[in-house]
Design a protein around this ligand. Sequence first.
Ligand code: FE2
Ligand code: FE2
Length: 422
Amino acid sequence: MGVLSVKDLQANMVLAEDLKDRSGRLLMTKGTVLTEKYLKICRMWGVIEAHVEGISSDEINVSALIDRDSVKIAAAKEAVHKRFFDDEADHPATRELARLCILRMAEGKKNDGDHGAEGRWTEKEIVAFEKEKPLNINPVTFINEDTKLSTLPDIYRHILDAISKPNSSAYDIENVISKDTNLAARLLKIVNSAFYGYPSRIDTLSRAVNIVGIKQLSTLAIGVNVICMFNNIPPEIVNMKMFWKHSVLCGICARILAGYKNIQNTERMFVIGLLHDIGRLVLYNYLTRESLYAVTTARNNRQPLYLAERDLFGLDHAAIGGLLLTKWQMPMSLEDTVQNHHSPLKANNRVESSIAHIADIIANAMGIGTSGETHVPQMNREAWTQLGLTPNIFSLTMEQADRQLEDVFELFYADDRSPQRK
Ligand SMILES: [Fe+2]
Ligand SMILES: [Fe+2]
């Protein structure tokens, strides 16, 4: 008997245990012989995996690797193992993640998550920086003192005001959003994209508010234009396209995982993913050389970047991001989740923070986009256990994310983007 991912289930396999949907409802009993009809039901009800007779997931996993070109697999294995920390190999979840990354790479799936010049300092540059390394750097002062950074555009204030009033109606929200035609158009595009996959077209903002929901659409509206706020960092410092690609991918993965945990406002999880590394942009923007030094040392010492940041600044990008969101008076404690995405068990909302944590790991493992991290961040094992997910969730999440990414990314990021400040 073995546990198989839903995508590995085939007709004529026999269930070794009762099969239930995500809410615990019985779908099929032990002993059921799977047919095409049953396989369709599994997909329809979001089944992640099933216990079947006579075959194990290891056999499926090994045969998936054997089927591929062995030279390609060997090269992919070497590249992937360099990106994972050594002590991760003994955990079933990270082992499965690494296996999927090897398959993706051997299949030639796009992997553009490597840095350009940033973080590739020469020995001479490192020594020169260390000699003159400034002491007592405090990134928090920039958040407090730069009004450009600490003030959100008016449109956010109006949206936040509208959703904070208990008697706000769909009409109030629609009224606020429609004042910014660019924002309204982007939201409509998102609602009509693969992000939602609605079968029929939604043409008006009022229909979008009614179908998607007031809170959900407002949360998306807040996330949409934050992307425009850091468009002045030179490309030789940070590749903004790669940065936002990582962020959008993390948001998509967080939203998919939230769906598996039956969280209602999954848009909120998307925005958390979108903003999770925003503290890095504060660092790149105001402490450029120091940030690149941190990227270099993390790469050279095989260390997570947030630890290199703590060594240098006394706090990491997650803490800085949390402070920025507090300054922006973001609703619904987004800052708690962002601040703890590398230490999810310290968060007030452990479930959301753990989802953001795992989503970030998946996004880094997929190697699409980057926010500066060279390695796949280590998984907090207790957070993984408490979340109660199974390793089979990774392949389903990656496949869904692959289908959505390009479409959603284009909607959030455009090369001709301009700040929406009014
Ligand atoms: Fe991070
Ligand atoms: Fe990240």
